[in-house]
Design a protein. Sequence first.
Length: 369
Amino acid sequence: MGKNIWIVGAVSFLTDSATSIVTSTLPLFVVYVLREDVEKLGVIVAVATFISYAFRVFFGYISDRYRVAKPLVVFGYSLSAISKPLFYFVSDWKGVAFLRGMDRLGKAVRSAPRDALLSMTRGETGSGRAFGIHKAFDVGGETAGALVAMGALITLGSGEETFRLLYLMTLIPGALSLLLLFFVVDVPKSVNTQTPSLVRDKHLIPFLIYVFITVFFVWDNAFFLVRAKEMGWQDALVPGFIVALNLTQTLSSYPVGVLIDKFSPELVFRFSIFFGFLSMVFLKLGFMVVSCLFLGIHMVSLFNSVRSLISEKATNRATLYGVFYGGYAVAGSVGSLLTGFLWNRLGFDLAINVSIVGLFFLILLKSFK
């Protein structure tokens, strides 16, 4: 197995631990410390989601066209490492949105080139297993970050000072992740004589459209955290939702990768829709822990199946990864805006019913054609 899988995995672990310290507490910080409403939270989520995924189309194209990967990966991780400690200074939702956008721009820069790099340096490992291993590092880091946040809120209390101290602490994993990047082996730096074109990969577009519709209806986990608080969870326990979510992803990531290699990415993706549906149903019923378990399996199944399908069937991998992430940006950001609007104006029940009904009809569809 290529060593890049393990090094990039370690970098992702550190980066995502810092990210999770922020994201597992930020909804509470925005709504209950900065005193902003859920609709503003929806705008923040939409901005972060759009920037995180939309710009991946461009950077995926650059990576394919000029066969450049490591410089983009390093630049992307650097942006994220710089942005997170700056949450210590924010005073309103606009500052939060700006820094989340900066952090997610870093993710946009690095994601498609990183996936292409992993595809080209995976050795004898199947793509499903390789991406499963990397995803396990991702969610393992997210789990560690959420545990740190929980520990701080339990021992130091849930005052404003604790939130800001947590954000300042993200300097440490951010710096360590940048040091590890020096050991990543780059892909050959040659210019691709063929301009990347979607025409050669147009057979994958119907499948991706189906993916985007699914993303539109499944809620971002920020809304799950606010719902947990509304249901009476103590502030210190709310990051526990992220812990449970990420433990589920960590434990299921590699087995899902094995299933992808054994059967097909398309089949595993179909099951991801069903798991997303169950997650929303149990959220409506108030079973938060069960809901997060199904959400975790949904997320792993969706991302690993799509990334594996592109790795195996796309001619221009980084470009297609960019298209996937770009479509995810539009679907996820519009979905978050709608969720925040409906929840704030018309109530939680109507907002979640829209998602449940939409996912139910997706399950009824028999093909991607």
